[in-house]
Design a protein around this ligand. Structure first.
Ligand SMILES: Nc1ncnc2c1ncn2[C@@H]1O[C@H](COP(=O)(O)OP(=O)(O)OP(=O)(O)O)[C@@H](O)[C@H]1O
Ligand SMILES: [Mg+2]
Length: 293
């Protein structure tokens, strides 16, 4: 599986072209429903609200959750006149070519062209990867400057990263996905001077199960040392992270959205979780900048 990661010639012109691309943030996890699109939406609005220009690529060509969210947002702005920031978006479709090599070549060209086009206008490009192993997803992973992997806060989802002994919490071996990221890191290092910064983010944390939380935390620490990722504090399970989807809004928009949704203590805590994520990411150009949402 890992052997199929794309290889590219290492030339100076490739490296120069790469260094001109906007900082690319990929949200990836082969498991479905871990929170990739949710993180992509909130990070996008957070960066826009910090005055950044953001480009979006939704590589989940079947569900298109992020693209649908942004369509809802554009409609909300049209219908209400609310002054909400909107990102640039390019649409990537799966190739219809029947020959595999032709299909991959077409998808790779479309992907690279889109990265370049968005880089002309944007500071950051956010790529929402699909919940599965596709050619486009691998391309995205090996283009990442920052890779964020949201992980449901339970041992059920742990095997995405590695085999962990349930008693000792020691790591037996890294997963296919961890090996895929490893291969992408090697490939990226050949192509560009910017290494992939991999951040694993716990998602849907419950305030109730303190013991599970602590054990998952310990196992993650062990894995992070073995596999080489950083850990972000993560997001709790909160209705506000999903209820504004049909309007294309987020909790970061509530003050000027015209939605009539009032700000509660849970929203304040959620906003702090998004801020903490932005701080941990250490994105270029934002160092020392006050978080303005
Ligand atoms: N922190 C959270 N609190 C509450 N609901 C959440 C949270 N994170 C995700 N969800 C909900 O869980 C579901 C799955 O999340 P999401 O669509 O973001 O996952 P995904 O990784 O993009 O899935 P897929 O692999 O299918 O693309 C959605 O209904 C989303 O609203
Ligand atoms: Mg998704």
């Amino acid at each position: 599986m890992v052997a199929a990661v794309m290889t590219a010639p290492d030339t100076t012109s490739d490296a120069n072209a790469r260094s001109r691309l906007a900082h690319t943030i990929v949200i990836g996890n082969e498991k479905g429903g871990a929170g990739k699109s949710t993180v992509a939406m909130h990070l996008c609005i957070g960066l826009l609200r910090m005055g950044m220009k953001v480009g979006i690529m939704d590589l989940d060509v079947r569900q298109r959750s992020l693209a649908r969210y942004l369509e809802n947002r554009a409609r909300w702005v049209r219908n209400t006149g609310a002054p909400l920031p909107i990102p640039e978006m390019v649409r990537i479709d799966a190739s219809q070519a029947r020959d595999l090599d032709a299909a991959e070549a077409e998808e790779a060209k479309h992907f690279e062209d889109s990265l370049r086009r968005l880089s002309e206008k944007c500071n950051f490009i956010i790529i929402d990867a699909p919940g599965g192993d596709t050619f486009l997803s691998r391309l995205a992973h090996s283009s990442a400057d920052t890779l964020i992997t949201p992980l449901n806060d339970s041992f059920v989802d742990f095997d995405l990263l590695g085999d962990v002994d349930p008693q000792t919490l020691e790591v037996a071996r890294p997963s296919f996905y961890a090996e895929l990221v490893w291969e992408c890191r090697k490939l990226k290092a050949q192509q560009s001077r910017r290494p992939i910064d991999w951040i694993v983010m716990r998602n849907r944390m419950s305030p109730l199960d303190a013991r599970n939380k602590q054990r998952v935390g310990e196992a993650l620490d062990n894995l992070s040392r073995r596999i080489g990722f950083r850990i972000s504090p993560g997001l709790s399970e909160r209705v506000i992270y999903r209820e504004l989807f049909p309007m294309g809004l987020s909790l970061l928009d509530l003050t000027d959205s015209g939605s009539g949704v009032t700000f509660t203590m849970s929203h304040v805590a959620a906003r702090q979780e998004i801020r903490d994520l932005m701080i941990v990411l250490k994105l270029p150009g934002l160092e020392g900048k006050e978080i303005s949402f």
